[in-house]
Design a protein around this ligand. Structure first.
Ligand code: AP5
Ligand code: MG
Length: 216
């Protein structure tokens, strides 16, 4: 199965992709994670993307689909979870081509519906373990022992440079202007399912599982 998780910044795409990896053996393909890795490594792509990401704008359509193509080639026959991709109509068309070239097809697009007012709080409170990447939140998910990662015991944590209120507002505006308008492209093909992203994480995960099991 190949699916897209679609939703604004902070909707829970990464959180739910991790659940699907654990529960279904699918592989998360997050263009945000790929771009952050490129920035950290100082690759040519990273050098182009850094300032754009820090401003909360979208990285060029000339760069992003190639990242997904490389990763798709590496995951063999495992199902793909597209997290944060596609984000424009051009990327949606590029994804169709990348899939068909590899004998894959898109099975479902899951739109996580969320209340925008909650997103700023979700994102500005987010942090993660600097060693293993385990996700935390100032209010919703603190480590059991303050300052110690529950998973690996590390004492180092990090925050994303684009997780501040001003940048979140730009990211939301980019989502509304460029990404939400691709929904009709998938609705025409009967591929879109809507899930309430404001429910607790476990309930969102159950709703996604039910959608994938029933195929609608
Ligand atoms: P990207 O990394 O994709 O960021 P994003 O879309 O802004 O989404 P986030 O990762 O912030 O949110 P999420 O939906 O994954 O939520 P999460 O699960 O973490 O992109 C970053 C940048 O890279 C872009 O701005 C752009 O510049 C560039 N980029 C990436 N892809 C691109 C592309 N295709 N084209 C062009 N440019 C691209 O959850 C958020 C928080 O909420 C967490 O703290 C979590 O614990 C909490 N939470 C999650 N679910 C719940 C729940 N149900 N209840 C309560 N809290 C919850
Ligand atoms: Mg994410």
């Amino acid at each position: 199965m190949n699916i897209i998780l679609l939703g604004p910044p902070g909707a829970g795409k990464g959180t739910q992709a991790a659940r699907l990896e654990a529960d279904r053996g699918m592989i998360q393909l997050s263009t945000g994670d790929m771009l952050r890795a490129a920035v950290a490594a100082g690759t040519p792509v990273g050098l182009k993307a850094k300032a754009v990401m820090e401003a909360g704008e979208l990285v060029s359509d000339a760069i992003v689909p190639a990242l997904i193509g490389e990763r798709l080639d590496a995951i063999g026959s495992a199902g793909a979870i597209f997290d944060g991709f596609p984000r424009t109509r051009a990327q949606a068309e590029a994804l169709d081509l990348l899939l068909s070239e590899r004998g894959r097809k898109l099975d479902r697009v899951i739109e996580l519906e969320v209340d925008e007012d909650a997103l700023v709080e979700r994102i500005t409170g987010r942090f993660s373990c600097a060693v293993c990447g385990a996700p935390y939140h100032d209010r919703f998910k603190r480590p059991a022992v303050d300052g110690t990662c529950d998973v690996c015991g590390s004492h180092e944590f990090k925050r994303r440079p684009d997780d501040n209120e001003e940048t979140v507002r730009t990211r939301l505006a980019e989502y509304r202007a460029k990404t939400a308008p691709i929904l009709p492209y998938y609705e025409e093909r009967g591929l879109v399912s809507r899930v309430d992203g404001m429910a607790p994480v476990d309930e969102v995960a159950e709703a996604i599982e039910a959608t994938l099991d029933s195929g609608h």
